[in-house]
Design a protein around this ligand. Structure first.
Ligand SMILES: Nc1ncnc2c1ncn2[C@@H]1O[C@H](COP(=O)(O)OP(=O)(O)OP(=O)(O)O)[C@@H](O)[C@H]1O
Ligand SMILES: [Mg+2]
Length: 258
């Protein structure tokens, strides 16, 4: 099958510190891939190399190759801003623009691109909020600030904002860690729906969540603090949770460390 994402020989640094070492993996279109592994093993760092966010950190540097379909994301002349439009991101803490209305939060990315009429904008906002399963809860208060929503609603607002620009890939870094169990299940259901249109990569510390939402699971680990994180194995989620190839994976998922 065609690969949506194809990473080879990827290293990422903060100054002279190498945070992740020699990562290679592929991700197929319209699948959910979960990244699991102990704190500090480089899951967030790696995720941010997939949409050129890593280099925004001072000292942040990447070596290696990330292909998105036929495009080399680190190729000469590639505009990081357009990469971030193609590869959207949802963060651990819901981060709606606090002074902006619900409507403007969803429309923010589109306004940057420009060229949409008000009626077109209205359609995209409605479609995105429906896509994020938030429309019914907010349709009567689109002009109110996004910060006035509950945590779970804010996270769905951030998902609506991310999908409004029609990315190919959606990266989610522990999107449920600040949410209650009901909102968490709502987001998990939503991930199941979104994968029909998007390719999703999600970092999670919740093993049940990884098992519930993902098709593929990648386990990362580090030999010791100060050592770079490595990809230990990636396989079908069912296999990772029933019969992983590497002992360290088994130990991690059964809670023996991490
Ligand atoms: N801005 C930064 N400057 C310097 N080092 C950093 C920075 N961000 C992360 N690191 C280091 O890079 C390594 C990987 O961090 P990263 O945040 O990617 O891990 P993680 O797997 O996402 O951890 P967690 O599960 O706790 O979120 C760690 O050693 C961390 O201290
Ligand atoms: Mg992290």
């Amino acid at each position: 099958m065609a690969k949506r994402i194809d990473v080879s020989g990827l290293n990422a640094y903060y100054g002279s510190f190498r945070a992740i070492e020699d990562i290679s993996m592929t991700v197929e279109p319209r699948t959910v891939t979960a990244f699991i592994g102990p704190s500090g093993c480089g899951k967030s760092t790696f995720l941010r190399t997939l949409n050129r966010m890593h280099e925004v950190t001072p000292g942040g540097r990447v070596e290696g190759k990330v292909m998105l379909d036929d495009e080399d994301l680190y190729g000469a002349g590639v505009d990081p801003v357009s990469v971030r439009r193609e590869v959207g991101m949802v963060f651990q803490r819901p981060n709606p623009f606090p002074t902006m209305s619900i409507y403007d939060n969803v429309a923010a990315g589109l306004k940057l691109v420009g060229g949409k009429k008000k009626s077109e904008m209205d359609d995209v906002v409605e479609k995105s909020l429906k896509g994020a399963n938030l429309w019914n809860e907010v349709k009567d208060r689109l002009g109110k600030p996004g910060s006035g929503l509950s945590g779970g609603q804010q996270q769905r607002l951030c998902i609506a904002r991310a999908i409004a620009v029609e990315p190919n890939v959606l990266l989610m870094d522990e999107p449920c860690s600040a949410l209650d169990p009901i909102s968490t299940l709502a987001i998990e259901d939503l991930i199941g729906e979104l994968k029909e249109r998007f390719t999703i990569v999600i970092v999670t510390h919740n093993m049940q969540q990884a098992a519930r939402v993902s098709d593929r699971t990648a386990f990362f680990n580090l030999a010791a603090v100060g050592q770079p994180g490595k990809l230990i194995e990636i396989d079908d989620t069912e296999r990772i949770f029933s019969n992983p190839s590497v002992q360290a994976t088994e130990d991690y998922i059964s809670g023996r460390f991490g």
